[in-house]
Design a protein around this ligand. Sequence first.
Ligand code: BMP
Length: 242
Amino acid sequence: MKGAFNDRLSESSKRSGSRVVLALDFSGPHAGRLRAAEKVLTATKKEIAAVKMNHHLLLPFGLEGVRGLVRVCRRAGLPLIADLKVNDIESTNMNIADSLLAYGFDCFIANPFVGKEEGLGPVIERVHEKGGGVVLLVYMSHKGADEGYGLVTDSGKPLYRIFAERARDWGADGVVVSSKSPERIAEARKIVGKGCMIFSPGVGAQGGEPETGAGADYLIVGRSITEARDPAGAVRNLNGRR
Ligand code: BMP
């Protein structure tokens, strides 16, 4: 059922008064990452709206290895997003989705480039039936984003607009749009409307500002929180609180 994930996210965001999705990203020796992640998560869990986990933890530790962190998120009522940028054929995508949901993830990020038929269409349906969510990449936050997402198709439309239309038409729960491009956020909003959340990365370490991401529903932030001396204070600053 579409909406279940966004309902949980919106409840969590209201409870914490936060629009920050914590990207639980840690570099350096693998051995210390889980402990560092638990420390930051414990310090910030009342200040954030959700948690996003990426290859930084999922690659070295796998779904079994992050069980403890998943438990912390569930106990705190924090929706958990897997950032695997899913980008394969339907049967593989379905396999990824089933594993993530079975291990307690609520949502994952996918690449709409792969298409709907035998790509992401049936996967989004299945995830919704199980109460989860799918967020699609629309315009990424790195400098080279325009080389891909900005490509203009024969129809005269850039890919990012087509991807936003796909998010709307496929019933995605959200889209990822760079916080460094308020124009793209505004364009995406016009296409996807208000029921599809805009998640905006790029604030802090990548040079974006919370203000330029103001049109988004949620800011995705990693290093300026995970590497801060006071992670909870860093989140409060991002939320405009001291
Ligand atoms: P940071 O705030 O440390 O730059 O981290 C941003 C997080 O969001 C990283 O996990 C990155 O992989 C992810 N991300 C991004 O930065 N830009 C995008 O367009 C999409 C992402 O998922």
